[in-house]
Design a protein around this ligand. Structure first.
Ligand code: ZN
Length: 336
């Protein structure tokens, strides 16, 4: 992992070049690039803050240099810096990027350029998040986003749900047939990059939530919603069992109008199955912040712990009873 000291060293001595170099004339670059791409990458320009869509996009993928296609960044290293420019904590490879000291605009900064074609990308600062402590502040225009192979094979759909403690919701959806990935995190609040501690204080506006990538050929969004609403209590406002506060609210964060419509229909459909009124909030999805590593796969890693046995096991039991045919394990057994 690169640290600030490495950057300083590379700024003085140069970062070893990659095997391939791309050199073109100014005329060739002008022909290949749009005016804005040319201005930023070949004339060291800067795009307007918050002007590029990729500063708010965190879908999985990789980023290549807009000029020469060299792999530069992975979205796993992308974070929300709040600056208005796509921000990363590490390049994809140590020598993907070269560094130049930049004293323009009365500042002392370190410029980042593509180490293959010298395209200006942006700057790097020593104020990023741990563990690298680096913030690569990059012009979105200088990058080309590409889905990774795994992502492009099937087009997965995203669902984001809150149903109280995310350890529970995560454990349930990990067992659903057609679910490819579940992440525990926070959604629906205003604070950037909130911590578990901050969300638990109930003051950030976020709900504990899970973000699920599922294959719509294997399970419909409608069935995902039926599972969600049937495996927590959607009738208690800002509370699940002993957990109280808005961070435990029952909520469906919808990613488009179609999801919104289906969510409203399923809430209506299930309203007779409960003694009390369903209070689940249906809200437009804005952002999801993945929670700290220790909260991922919590049930899988801690299934002998008291909370898991007392609270999560009964919920899983209920899920298994209600949705036998939607379970990964059951389906596998049936196939044997
Ligand atoms: Zn390049």
């Amino acid at each position: 992992m690169l640290k600030w000291n490495d950057i300083i060293t590379f700024t003085k001595n140069g970062n070893p070049s990659p095997d391939r170099r791309v050199v073109k004339t100014d005329g060739e670059w002008r022909e290949q690039l749009t005016a804005e791409e040319y201005r930023i990458t070949r004339q060291k320009g800067t795009e307007r803050a918050f002007s590029h869509e990729s500063c708010n996009l965190f879908e999985p993928g990789i980023y290549r240099c807009i000029c020469c296609d060299t792999l530069l960044f992975n979205t796993t290293e992308k974070f929300d810096s709040g600056t208005g420019w796509p921000s990363f904590t590490q390049p994809i490879q140590t020598n993907a990027i070269a560094y130049n000291s930049d004293g323009t605009h009365g500042m002392s900064r370190v410029e980042t350029v593509c180490n293959t074609c010298d395209a200006h990308l942006g700057h790097v600062f020593p104020d990023g998040p741990a563990p690298s402590g680096l913030r690569y502040c990059i012009n979105g225009v200088a990058l080309k986003k590409q889905k990774t192979e795994a992502d492009s094979q099937t087009s997965l759909e995203t669902a984001t749900f809150g149903g109280g403690c995310f350890w529970c919701t995560e454990a349930i959806f990990q067992q659903v047939q057609g679910v490819e990935k579940v992440e525990s995190g926070y959604s629906g609040g205003k604070k950037l990059n909130p911590s578990y501690h901050e969300v638990c204080s109930g003051t950030t506006g976020h709900a504990e939530a899970v973000q699920i990538a599922f294959n719509p050929d294997e399970i419909s969004y409608r069935d995902m919603l039926r599972i969600h609403l049937s495996t927590h209590d959607p009738t208690t406002l800002n509370r699940q069992g002993a957990d109280t506060g808005t961070q435990y609210r029952s909520v469906i964060f919808t990613h488009d109008d179609e999801q919104k419509k289906i969510a409203q229909e399923v809430v209506e459909e299930l309203s007779d199955s409960f003694d009390n009124k369903i209070v689940t909030e249906v809200a437009a999805f804005e952002k999801f912040y993945k929670a700290e590593d220790k909260h991922q796969n919590y049930y899988r890693d801690n299934s002998n712990q008291g909370y898991c046995q007392a609270v999560i096991d009964p919920k899983l039991e209920k899920f298994r009873k209600l949705f036998k045919e939607k379970m990964k394990v059951e389906r596998m057994k049936a196939a044997v």
